[in-house]
Design a protein around this ligand. Structure first.
Ligand code: SF4
Length: 242
């Protein structure tokens, strides 16, 4: 399945020529996980990333193409946690290579949803995440104690990768963090919105939406996303046969 491939390419293009730090995933790098959400009070926080008034984006993209995602890696564009002073822009983009995408369509959708929910199971100590799915933003408050203990994007990224890789369908996970000023966070938010539209359309298709594009409210998404119509008509054929 290649539905998200153009979004992956557009996302990568946003970082072209930007300085990057890269770490290969090692399970031993994971930051301590609390297993439940933690309240980091403002008085205990060193700073917030992606707060209102700052750029912020969060999304996950899937592919089956090893040419697009082939490593378990953390990428950082901008200052690391220990070097941040005051409020900064913030984005977290996850690229996943998933094996099941070539499988049965209903399985695909369920698997994608299960994998997406993995992000709600990562609770790094001293790193309080607030997601806003309606606006595709993510805001993070980092505690002073965690900074003293050495928290970094390498360790937090490893925690996310470990969680995604618990699902055997995830073959590779690349986690991109961005904190640099001047990156196109507004465009990242637009890509996040498109990714949600693709997943939403996929849901409707797999729920058995009639195959009549001329009256379909999702036509805009399908006109834009390569492979969506083929997927729907493929599903339609199958249900007719049964
Ligand atoms: S393929 Fe046509 S009918 Fe199916 S969701 Fe897309 S626009 Fe609607």
């Amino acid at each position: 399945m290649e539905l998200y491939n153009s979004l992956i390419k557009e996302s990568k293009a946003l970082f072209e020529n930007a300085p990057v730090k890269t770490w290969d995933y090692a399970p031993g790098d994971c930051w301590k996980d609390l297993g439940a959400s933690e309240l980091v009070l403002q008085k205990d926080a060193a700073y917030e990333m992606g707060a209102s008034g700052k750029g912020s984006a969060n999304y996950v993209l899937f592919t089956s193409g090893p040419e697009l995602v082939n490593r378990d890696q953390v990428l950082l564009y901008g200052p690391d946690l220990k070097d941040i002073r005051g409020e900064v822009d913030f984005a977290r983009i996850v690229l996943l290579r998933v094996g099941v995408l070539d499988d049965d369509d209903e399985n695909v959708y369920r698997t994608l949803k299960d994998i997406e929910f993995a992000k709600y199971h990562v609770y790094p100590e001293g790193y309080m995440v607030r997601m806003s799915p309606e606006s595709y933003r993510e805001q993070v408050r980092v505690s002073k104690i965690a900074l003293r203990q050495g928290i970094s994007f390498r360790s937090v990224g490893a925690s996310y990768i470990a969680e995604y890789k618990k699902n055997p369908n995830v073959l590779n996970a690349t986690v991109i963090f961005a904190t640099a000023p001047g990156l196109d966070y507004a465009q990242m938010q637009k890509l996040a919105k498109k990714a949600t539209a693709v997943t939403g359309t996929l849901t409707h298709i797999l729920e058995g939406l009639p195959t009549d594009c001329s009256v379909c409210a999702l036509k805009d998404v399908c006109d834009e996303v390569e492979g969506m119509k083929e997927l729907h008509f493929g599903v339609g054929d199958k249900s007719e046969k049964h």
